[in-house]
Design a protein around this ligand. Structure first.
Ligand SMILES: Cc1ncc(COP(=O)(O)O)c(C=O)c1O
Length: 386
């Protein structure tokens, strides 16, 4: 059976259960039958997760081709747990310059307090990566496509370099939701996702997951979450599990709409560049075609809006595209990104022309979304010509 079918029919647990999803068990205390079970390990306390958690973990393993999945309360905590689980004082972490900002902050500000150093590499320069590896390097952190700027990493090449140097790799795979890209198949050691985005799909819950095929890494993640007391609440786990049922179908709709918007935007006067890896003009398009089976709803443009008043006119003329952080939900979102972009001096973003704007294509009618963007572009044009 194909993934969409499996995600609908993978119900586990009590064979007498008649509901299509498991009931949400809200519990700290779990009543156990005897002393042996009390101290026998397993699900003896709510923090270790209950039936909804187990079912969500199984679905995530299926999606990512993993053998182990561990849930965390947010995407950022999944990144932090995945990274912290494999490093110790004295180690060095190399992170792609395009990773999600708060993950970068965790590596550059938090890890040093734990005796771990972190430096960045340009995701488009694999040879520079090779030179940046030191004897202390323990982990390479990737995100493909990169947050905000959508670089696709040459993951097989990076994995080969990492393996020959005895270095582990971790990838934030949130953009593809695991449906369009399986980093573990490409040799990546640990894949993480913010379930908050496509898995939940309705912008109303948080969640994260750390996934691997390696027993030792799985054990390291498990003990770290237990030592730090990290767990995902049952209601958020339920929202994640429910989201898996419709994930593949929703992603196809996000993909189709985003592509139509991207192509349309490419023909508009004040749009300098559309940055979408599934478009042939994207510099990493061939790598994307090789390693991904589809694209999601998130992409960016460079907008010719040099003055603050220009971008403000564009944004305030929009009605359907809402201004808000996050993505992956049913609703279309837009954010100007220059405010949160800090990059290496040699990065292409330093020499670009235009304001970086990220769009998430929601599940509204695509024609309505185009009409909305047309309104925004008209307002931009008018304010530039007054
Ligand atoms: C690529 C990526 N990874 C991780 C996260 C963090 O997810 P959360 O907001 O659930 O902590 C985000 C959030 O925007 C993200 O875009």
């Amino acid at each position: 059976m194909k993934l969409p079918t499996r995600l609908i029919h993978n119900r586990k647990g009590n064979p007498e259960r008649r509901t299509v999803n498991p009931p949400v068990e809200r519990a700290s205390t779990v009543i156990l039958p005897d002393r042996q079970t009390l101290y026998g390990g397993g699900t003896g306390y709510g923090r270790m997760g209950l039936s909804v958690h187990r079912e969500l973990e199984a679905a995530l393993c299926d999606i990512e081709g993993a053998s182990h999945a561990r849930l965390t309360p947010s995407g950022l905590s999944a990144c932090a747990v995945g990274i912290a689980s494999v490093v110790k004082a004295g180690d060095h972490v190399l992170l792609s310059d395009s990773v999600y900002g708060p993950t970068r902050r965790f590596c550059e500000k938090r890890l040093p307090l734990m005796g771990v150093s972190a430096t960045r590499f340009n995701p488009r320069d694999t040879s520079a990566l090779e030179k940046a590896i030191t004897p202390e390097t323990r982990l390479i952190v990737l995100e493909s496509p990169g947050s905000l700027t959508f670089e696709i990493s040459d993951t097989p090449a990076i994995v080969e370099i990492a393996k020959s140097a005895g270095v582990l790799t971790l990838m934030d795979n949130t953009w593809s939701a695991g449906v369009f890209h399986q980093p573990l198949d490409l040799g990546v050691d640990i894949s993480v996702q913010a379930l908050t985005k496509y898995m939940v799909g309705h912008a109303d819950a948080f969640g994260g997951a750390v996934m691997t095929r390696d027993k030792a890494h799985a054990h390291a993640v498990e003990t770290l979450t237990e030592d730090w007391g990290i767990s995902l609440g049952p209601d958020d786990a339920y929202a994640g599990l429910r989201g898996t049922r419709t994930l593949s179908t929703r992603l196809k709709a996000h993909e189709a709409s985003a592509l139509e918007l991207a192509r349309w935007l490419g023909g508009q006067d004040d749009v300098g560049l559309v940055i979408h890896p599934a478009l042939p003009n994207h510099p990493d398009h061939e790598t994307w075609k090789r390693d991904f089976s589809g694209s999601s709803g998130l992409f960016a443009i460079l907008l010719d809006a040099p003055e603050e008043a220009h971008i403000d006119a564009f944004l305030s003329a929009l009605d359907l595209f809402k201004l808000g952080f996050s993505w992956g939900g049913f609703e279309s979102l837009i954010i100007p990104c220059d405010e949160q972009l800090t990059r290496l001096p040699e990065d292409w973003t330093q020499s670009r022309r235009g304001r970086l704007v990220r769009l998430h294509a929601g599940l509204e009618d695509t024609g309505d979304l185009i009409a909305d963007l047309e309104r925004g572009l008209r307002a931009l044009h008018d304010v530039k010509n007054t």
